[in-house]
Design a protein around this ligand. Sequence first.
Ligand code: FES
Ligand code: FES
Length: 183
Amino acid sequence: MPRMTVNGRPVEFDMDPQTPLLWALRDAANLTGTKYGCGTGDCGSCMVIVDGEALRSCLVTIAEAEGRFVTTIEGLARDRSHPVQQAMVAEQAIQCGFCTPGIVMAASALLRKNAAPSKEEIETAIPNLCRCGVYPRLVRAIQRAGRVARRQERISAAPAPGISAEDAARQVPALRVPQDNEE
Ligand code: FES
Ligand code: FES
């Protein structure tokens, strides 16, 4: 039974050792922030950080992850205060959000090695696919996150998880929440 450390906690998966790490994280550990996109290593939506490297968890078996330190999007920052998360929100570099956890993990691994990446370095380090096409904003967000990490800039904390329908309606004028006395 493969053992590893996930988000700082020791875990042991009572699963076939050939199970992809993606499925162990999602189905056994209930860490569903890591997304399944293609399952073939093409999209990057399943990226997690393993011993400091961003890896596609659909291509890593839990046997291969034995003894290693795995960080998922849930373990990056409990309150979404990681500079990449803050900058992604500030630059509105998210549309449907499905690709976002993988991109955030790849970007945080990049910034740990290179806090001032060029556009070309970002494009090389983050090959993740985004069907919504947020790429230009993504580059701006990652460079901004680098400035935050280098303490050249501050971004106020990103919104806390969860939002009421009424608050959402206030922030998105096109969305209207029917009142109780309306059909
Ligand atoms: S689900 Fe792993 S790369 Fe697409
Ligand atoms: S924001 Fe929709 S796939 Fe990237």
